[in-house]
Design a protein around this ligand. Structure first.
Ligand code: DX5
Ligand code: ZN
Length: 232
């Protein structure tokens, strides 16, 4: 039984940074109902992207909810800034801080009125979210090593999507499952069939000349995969 709508979530890491407003408007007018913003601190991952001022600008030019993926060592330091910037959801990684710190951060994200999520790097099993999943609206299964766009999708992460669904069911919570990294029209259906509903797409979305057409193709492939899940 699927309780979450299919969301194609363009990753602005692949946007045109010299004309970010156009990229945001293109994504919104293509039909996207969420936009993904990757915050990288150069310590948690070997890359630096952008921060709250840019997120605030992104929020200011469209009404599409902005989903912030925090690839930073201490994401709890910045929750007020994210709220003030207008973030819709905040994802922290499963291996930052200790379990108490992560639980406090997730509870605070929710108390600020944002949706809370935890991300799993490829090496981290689904069981790593068991002690926080009751405070999560979404779990992100990374399908590449975090840090850069344009990498190859790791198909061996697909069983982890099913594992997350199982752990959520055991905990009696209904979380959305997001996948991020190398998602394209060829693999999005596999992820949907395994139970993912939120698909971050960077390169495969922004490289398209016709983004509306690409959005439609991604969405149709995801819906087709999800109908396979419903039959399983
Ligand atoms: C990678 C980021 C992704 C990235 C995805 O660390 O979390 O959101 O932008 O880009 P693609 O779809 O190109 O792999
Ligand atoms: Zn991301």
């Amino acid at each position: 039984m699927r309780n979450h709508p299919i969301i194609i979530n363009p990753s602005l890491l692949s946007a045109d940074f010299l004309d970010l407003e156009k990229s945001v408007r293109d994504a919104a007018s293509s039909g996207a109902r969420m936009l993904h913003a990757d915050v990288m601190d150069g310590v948690y991952v070997p890359n630096i992207s952008f921060g709250f001022d840019i997120i605030e600008k992104i929020v200011s030019v469209s009404s599409v909810p902005v989903d912030v993926h925090m690839m930073t060592v201490a994401p709890w330091k910045y929750l007020d800034e994210l709220k003030n910037a207008g973030a819709y959801s905040v994802t922290i990684h499963s291996d930052v801080g200790d379990v108490c710190t992560r639980r406090d951060a997730l509870a605070r994200i929710r108390s600020l009125g944002m949706r809370a999520a935890v991300a799993l790097k490829p090496a981290h099993p689904a069981g790593d979210v068991a002690d926080v999943i009751d405070l999560c609206d979404m779990i992100l299964v990374m399908t590449v090593e975090p840090g850069f766009g344009g990498q190859k999708f790791m198909e061996d992460m697909i069983p982890k999507i099913r594992d997350v669904k199982r752990i959520a069911a055991q905990a009696g919570v209904d979380v959305s499952v997001q996948v991020d990294g190398g998602i394209n029209a060829d693999n999005i259906g596999l992820c949907a069939a395994a139970g993912a509903d939120n698909f971050v797409v960077g390169t495969a979305f922004f490289s398209a000349a016709d983004k509306k057409e690409r959005y439609g193709k991604l969405r149709a492939a995801a819906e087709k995969g999800a109908s396979r899940e419903a039959r399983d």
